[in-house]
Ligand binder design. Structure first.
Ligand code: NAD
Length: 499
């Protein structure tokens, strides 16, 4: 069995803690590797290396730092197939979806090529008599990121690309359930020209996370994962004086108005509800049709679409709509929640409980489920299922539908399907959710906008990527300057260029 490593100071380094976690191939259920879980001492040693390497990197001017990102884009495209294959093998998602995972990260790397522009400061000429005032954005020092299993390429890149291009060193503690791609990403970044010690991947669990949180060198912590851990990391990190941003769980609704194109809405629900086996923080997990007629027609349109979904291993290529869930424990949790739905009185319209795939009986496949007549107090409504389970809560009016979504504790993403501009506008204006789709089921903002939910889906102020990332990974310093008159020296006759 393969033994994975950490990536420290430009080298693949074996773990020394003696503790490991199993890494599965979710399609077969086999353990394909084991990943070392770092001790506090291993994490502290990596952070010390980052601290020593960071000042020289910060001293490299922004244009040259951006050139590393330019080269990185080329290398990510060169290795796209390899990265996608490794990602699918550990995560289970289809190859086209794995490429999307890499691509959405790569787009943030592209955005980071604009670092010289983003890091430009503000200047006020003659703020007082002979006095100029200017603000500059400076790197924090050492930043750290703790990432989830479900986007092993995209989310690490959303964190480390802006952090590094701003002049920081970065410690990545990626998910122990999908650790290979983050290691590959770090190696590629050094191939692109990043000095050793600026990106390091230290694998681990709570012990490694706590070592980050209680290490005084670490100036900022980014986290993406489930809400209870987000809450813990936010509270602990802030109490240690760090800058922290944490993105948590979700329960994304789609409101379907009576005037919506129901075929379009049904197709959107299928992709957004079951794509990646529902293991997306922007997956739609609650359909809210408005009015009985809309609900009946929608369910009628959903059933054949769901029944014809193709579930299988990523190795089956384009014939598969979604793959297995990440672990046996995740599968058990999903099926347990499905049972609570049945027990609590929801109607299980499409029952995927007995799903089994010939030749892959030990894989972590979960058949698609559709619930109707779900009510707000049921566990399948209040909890994040994170599996291929779509729930339907019927609403009698638009007001009831919007209130339902407003009252849910999560507020990551939401969509409305309607042909009426006035309804759409009212909805976008009032809804207390961070990312809103109007006839768009998964409204993930592009790299140059920012990504983030509201309510229990987020802890902190600034969003991920876009201009917020440059704020999160830098500190502002403002200088007020007065100069005595001096002697003017000889001129420079050739135009200055960047070699
Ligand atoms: P998770 O919370 O189990 O793990 C996330 C990270 O936290 C991992 O690196 C893990 O090692 C670490 N961790 C786990 N337990 C810990 C503990 N007790 N103390 C310290 N660290 C700990 O999340 P996951 O299962 O990997 O990912 C799925 C979750 O992530 C879902 O809830 C999903 O909605 C959420 N998610 C949110 C977003 C977003 O942007 N809001 C994006 C992707 C995923």
């Amino acid at each position: 069995m393969q033994e994975l490593t950490h990536y420290i100071n430009g080298e693949h380094v074996k773990g020394t803690s003696g503790r490991f976690a199993d890494v599965f191939n979710p399609a077969t259920g086999e353990v394909q590797a084991r990943v070392p879980l770092a001790s506090k001492e291993e994490m502290d040693a990596a952070i010390a290396i980052a601290k020593a390497a960071q000042p020289a990197w910060e001293a490299v001017n922004p244009q040259r730092r951006a050139r590393v990102m330019m080269k990185y884009v080329t290398l990510l495209n060169r290795d796209m197939d390899k990265l996608a294959e490794a990602l699918s093998r550990e995560h289970g998602k289809t190859i086209p979806d794995a490429k999307g995972d890499v691509q959405r990260g790569l787009e943030v790397v592209e955005y980071c090529i604009g670092a010289p522009q983003m890091l430009k400061g503000d200047f006020t000429d003659s703020a007082g008599p002979g006095i100029d005032m200017y603000s500059m954005r400076q790197a924090l020092g050492v930043s750290a990121g703790i990432t989830p299993f479900n986007f092993p390429a995209m989310i690490p890149m959303w964190m480390f690309a802006p952090a590094i291009v701003c002049g920081n060193a970065f410690i990545l503690k990626s998910s122990e359930r999908a650790p290979t791609v983050p290691l590959m990403l770090a190696e590629l970044l050094e191939e692109a020209g990043l000095p050793k010690g600026i990106i390091q991947v230290v694998n681990g669990d709570k012990e490694a996370v706590d070592a980050i949180l209680y290490n005084d060198t670490v100036q900022s912590v980014g986290f993406v994962g489930s809400t209870p851990i987000a809450e813990y990391i936010y509270g602990t990190g802030c109490s240690q004086g760090k800058r922290v941003q944490c993105f948590g769980g979700a329960k994304n609704h789609m409101i379907i108005m009576p005037d919506a194109d129901l075929d379009q809405a049904a197709d959107a629900l299928i992709g957004a509800g079951y794509g990646a086996a529902g293991e997306r923080c922007m997956a739609i997990s609650v359909a809210v049709p408005v009015g009985k007629e809309t609900a009946d027609k929608l369910i009628e349109k959903l059933i054949p679409r769901i029944e014809s979904l193709k579930v299988g291993p990523y190795t089956s290529g384009n014939d598969v709509d979604y793959g297995p869930v990440v672990t046996g424990a995740a599968k058990e949790n999903i099926l347990r929640l499905v049972e609570t739905g049945v027990e609590q009185g929801a109607t299980l319209v499409v029952d995927g409980r007995d799903f089994s795939l010939q030749g892959y009986e030990d894989g972590f496949f979960v058949g698609p489920h559709l619930f109707d007549n779900v009510t707000p107090e049921m566990d399948i409504y209040t909890k994040e299922i994170f599996g291929p389970v779509l729930t339907t809560v019927r609403a009698e009016s638009y007001e009831e539908a919007i209130q339902l979504a407003m009252d849910h504790e999560y507020g990551n993403g939401i969509a409305i399907y309607t042909r009426d501009g006035d309804t759409a506008r009212n909805f976008a204006n009032r809804i207390n959710v961070g990312m809103v789709g109007i006839n768009v089921p998964i409204p993930v903002p592009l790299a140059y906008h920012t990504f983030g939910g509201w309510k229990k889906s987020v802890f902190g102020d600034l969003n991920q990527h876009g201009p917020d990332a440059f704020k999160f990974y830098t500190r502002t310093k403002t200088v007020t300057a007065r100069w005595p008159s001096g002697i003017k020296e000889g001129g420079e006759f050739s135009i200055p260029v960047m070699e």
